[in-house]
Design a protein around this ligand. Structure first.
Ligand SMILES: NC(=O)c1ccc(NCc2ccccc2)nc1
Length: 246
């Protein structure tokens, strides 16, 4: 998969995509992340990329011309068509389900706004989808792009050493994740739950599912309301609730 990022801070994106699982995915040629700086495509002597807001008001808006030229260069850099995504507070909320869909695309172009954002005409004409990583305003779309790159990168086949861990992630089944423990089994902070030391994998699977259901019930009832629970899950949740309320 190839992701091209249009950003005034290419170094930031390059760094984010060079560490950890995403960096390894790039080394394994599972993912390519390239950045394009609109300032390199500005045609005036001052390399201007922003302009005053028409109609007055505070702040600046990113100009059409440098962005269109950078987008055209990014598109021309590889043969296949690319879905163009604009990171903005006005976008649809990013969810794991949406990430899973985007992870199957062959190419993405991520457009990062700065200042008050991008000229609306560019969004209408060149952007396929607006995405928001949450209901808050940042100084730029780059952190949103980094989030999208990370969430998608780790889902590329071969990126995670143990593919199962992507399946068992929080949200991959619509529930929160269960608790995790490592050695020592006994520590000043407490003991690892006995079931995890039992070696009984059926019991361990049930315990983990029960913990995920219980945590989702306690912390994110909104997710639980949307989850499609089978018979076993409903029974385990009931057990958890009974024990919790006892
Ligand atoms: N919540 C998000 O995903 C997000 C994305 C970008 C951003 N800041 C840049 C910007 C500001 C205004 C209009 C368009 C882009 N802040 C938050």
């Amino acid at each position: 998969m190839r992701i091209d990022v249009i950003t005034l801070f290419p170094e930031f994106i390059r760094q984010c995509a060079s560490v950890g699982v995403v960096g390894r995915a790039q080394e394994r040629n599972l993912l390519t992340v390239e950045s394009w700086n609109p300032r390199d495509f500005a045609t005036d002597n001052y390399r201007t990329v922003d302009g005053r807001t028409c109609g007055g008001g505070p702040g600046m808006v990113m100009l059409i011309q440098p962005l269109r030229a950078a987008l055209a260069a990014a598109r021309a850099a590889a043969p296949s068509a690319a879905r163009t995504i604009y990171l903005s507070p006005q976008g649809a909320r990013l969810t794991q389900a949406r990430v899973a869909g985007l992870a199957r695309e062959e190419r993405l172009i991520l457009l990062c706004g700065r200042y008050e954002g991008v000229d609306e005409r560019l969004i209408e004409r060149e952007v396929d989808e607006e995405l928001s990583i949450g209901d808050y305003v940042l100084s730029g779309g780059e952190l949103g792009a980094a989030v999208v790159i990370d969430a998608i990168g780790r889902l590329q086949d071969g990126a995670l050493n143990d593919a199962a861990s992507a399946e068992q992630d929080s949200f991959s089944n619509g529930l929160l994740d269960c608790p995790h423990y490592a050695r020592p089994m006994q520590d000043a902070l407490g003991a690892v739950p006995d079931v995890l030391q039992s070696g009984n994998h059926a019991m361990i699977r049930r315990w983990r599912l029960k913990q995920s259901l219980g945590r989702t019930w306690l912390r994110r009832p909104d997710l639980l309301a949307r989850a499609d629970l089978d018979g076993e899950a409903r029974q385990l949740l009931e057990e958890f609730r009974r024990e919790w309320l006892a």
